[in-house]
Design a protein around this ligand. Structure first.
Ligand code: ADP
Length: 638
């Protein structure tokens, strides 16, 4: 060190020694220093008595020439301590600067301040600080690098392992689904269901981990393309209908009809976000609740809100549930499981797409998650033309249908024609026998209950005729609204080849066609589940695969029929003609069922059930009133 500086400092040494306590106290209580020490939970006593005190003594030692510059005995230890407390190098710089300032301030207290002494102190400290800071920055940098490397290795491991686990799991699930097709006993089927369900859950978790690690390591890429937003949202909702049904949860959605169809965005990731939010909404809702999904596009912002009336989330958890692996108390109480990764992935996905997810929730009130994403409206006509995906015109054959209910007849005709089939419809068992004996059909759909001759009698007659004349057998499928336990068995006992419950579910009727008819080469995929959108027409379009005008036509038929049949029912009720009451109520039940008017069908079913038992206790007038009341609501909602 410069000799002049040293002698000046040596001269001031007694003052520094006398001011030790004052200098250190002022230093650690200076606003900025105190804030840093507090922020990093520094043990003030230890810091003052040990580190600060030793650093000060070292400073005096250098001044008196007893200690070599740079050889502070506690410096290494202090650096480690500060590093473990995660003090940043900028903060250390502030601490050092303030120690220097406190020492300089003491020269004013003792009236020994001169420009030269000021420069001497600055020189001594700056020399030291430069070395300390360099050392500190190096070690901090090294620590950061180590953390980055360790993080990368962890992400790499997670991503590799998830991928490796997924591959065999796909094979397991694939073979389980093949096994499920086999004719196994109920117990084995149940075991397979459990394996399949657990496998699906595991796959879900693994996919989450894979996405999570990809998002963290920056490997993740958004892949936008043009797609039909209307179709996409309704497809996504349909995937959740079965799990909502298990808890009798109604899934209602409204999509602004005016939203353009073709949108440019990452449809897969949008589906992933909506899917995750929906699955949570179902998971955290009590049975029989409702979930409402609203979709709109305003000023190129796609807004999807998912409102549930479930457990709700406490305010202190609103932010935390978006952190990885965090699960709220309330959810844990329900014991519904999960990895706690879903929302964190959704949040990151939304932000990668330039959007966000907001949450409004209260315990007991339920939750409202709103996803907002910027999207580009694409030229209409660029997205796939319309649930071309339908399996229209995909079977060949001639089908005889025996059905007495007018709206049902029309419905079946339209459905069958859509599948590309030639259709002949008759109104009772007798006509069915005549048709089946005179013409060849590939399949017969036989309503069980019809006037004059019911389906069971007609089937037996047709079978006897076939045997007598050595004719090839035409499969006969029972159509019945009496879907109760044992119906299937009963249908087989009556000689039917198969059985379909009413209301007709497309996936079931398609399975029947698959079994008994020839498939055309160019058949496309069909939507497998029905969904419950808000408007009648939308709702029926989805479940029946028909066009608007066909639905309107069917509804007209339904209402015409009801106008005629409801007074008839009233009249036979007055006369207590139990057989007629049961038959008319049965017909009403079936018609209502086709349109998924569950309340209406249910009211008719009650009357039918009582009349079949010829119950005298049942209040038929009240039953009829209820039926009329529900019908009036249906009629007014048109
Ligand atoms: P997971 O559902 O797999 O636990 P998520 O990240 O999707 O993971 O959700 C994190 C937590 O947030 C859940 O465990 C639950 O506590 C809470 N949560 C999410 N959605 C809802 C909801 N709709 N209602 C109530 N709690 C919810």
């Amino acid at each position: 060190m410069n000799v002049t500086y040293l002698s000046l400092l040596q001269h001031a040494k007694p003052n520094f020694l006398a001011a030790k306590q004052e200098i250190l106290t002022e230093w650690i209580h200076e606003n900025q220093c105190a804030a840093i020490l507090h922020r990093h939970a520094i043990d003030m006593e230890l810091f003052y008595n040990y580190y600060a005190s030793n650093v000060f003594d070292y400073f005096i030692g250098v001044v008196s020439g007893e200690v070599e510059l740079g050889k502070c005995p506690v410096m290494g230890e202090l650096i480690d301590y500060l590093k473990n407390k995660e003090i940043r190098s900028e903060e250390l710089f502030i601490l050092c600067t303030h120690l220097k300032r406190s020492v300089i301030n003491s020269t004013y207290t003792y009236h020994i301040h001169t420009q030269e002494l000021f420069e001497s102190i600055s020189y001594l400290f700056d020399q030291n600080f430069a070395g300390v800071l360099e050392l500190y920055t190096d070690t901090i940098y090294q620590k950061e690098q180590e953390a980055i490397e360790a993080g990368k290795a962890k992400e790499y491991f997670l991503s590799n392992m998830s991928h490796e686990i997924r591959t065999p799991l796909n094979a397991i699930l694939g073979f389980v689904s093949l096994l499920k097709e086999e004719n196994l006993g109920a117990v084995h089927q149940k075991y397979l269901d459990i394996i399949a369900q657990s496998g699906e859950n595991l796959l879900h978790i693994i996919n989450d981990i894979l996405d999570f690690s990809k998002l963290r390591s920056g490997e993740f890429a958004i892949d936008p393309k043009v797609f039909d937003i209307h179709e996409q949202i309704s497809n996504t909702l349909e995937l959740f209908v079965p799990s909502a049904n298990v808890k009798s949860i109604a899934l209602n959605y409204t999509i602004n009809e005016k939203i353009p169809h073709c949108i440019f965005a990452d449809s897969f990731r949008i589906q992933q976000i909506v899917g995750n939010l929906l699955s949570n909404a179902i998971k955290f809702s009590q049975p029989k609740r409702t979930i409402e999904v609203d979709v709109d596009v305003i000023d190129s912002l796609l807004t999807i809100s998912i409102r549930d009336f479930g457990s709700g989330i406490a305010p202190e958890d609103h932010e935390r549930i978006f952190n990885p692996f965090y699960q709220a108390q309330e959810g844990t109480k329900l014991g519904v499981g999960g990895s706690g990764l879903g929302l964190s992935i959704c949040k990151q996905l939304a932000s990668q797409m330039g959007g966000k997810i907001t949450l409004e929730s209260k315990l007991g009130w339920g939750s409202l998650f709103v996803v907002t994403l910027p999207v580009e409206v694409a030229e209409q006509g660029l997205c796939e033309p319309k649930i071309s995906k339908k399996c229209s015109n995909c079977f060949e054959g001639k089908v005889l249908v025996a059905e007495d209910n007018e709206p049902n007849k029309e419905l079946i005709r339209m459905v069958l024609e859509r599948y590309g089939l030639a259709v002949m419809i008759v109104s009772n068992g007798e006509e069915a026998c005549i048709e089946a004996m005179e013409n060849r059909y590939d399949l017969i759909l036989m309503d069980e209950q019809m006037p004059f001759m019911n389906g069971n009698e007609a089937t037996l007659k047709i079978l006897a005729y076939e045997q007598e004349h050595h004719l090839p057998h035409t499969p006969i499928v029972a159509l019945t609204a009496n879907v109760i336990k044992g119906s299937r068995q009963r249908a087989f006992e009556h000689g039917y080849d198969a059985f379909i419950g009413k209301p007709i579910v497309l996936v079931e009727i398609e399975e029947i066609f698959d079994r008994f008819l020839t498939k055309k080469e160019s058949s496309a995929v069909i939507d497998k589940t029905a969904v419950t959108p808000l408007t009648e027409i939308q709702r029926l379009k989805h479940s029946l695969m028909l066009e608007d005008d066909q639905i309107i036509q069917l509804l007209e038929l339904f209402h015409t029929k009801m106008k005629q049949i409801l007074p008839e029912l009233k009249e036979v009720i007055e006369r207590r003609d139990y057989e007629r009451i049961a038959n008319i109520a049965h017909s009403i039940k079936g018609s209502g069922g086709n349109f998924r008017y569950e309340k209406f069908s249910g009211a008719a079913a009650e009357i039918e059930k009582a009349a079949r038992k010829q119950s005298v206790k049942f209040n038929y007038e009240k039953g009829y009133e209820k039926l009329e009341e529900v019908y009036a609501k249906l009629h007014s909602s048109r």
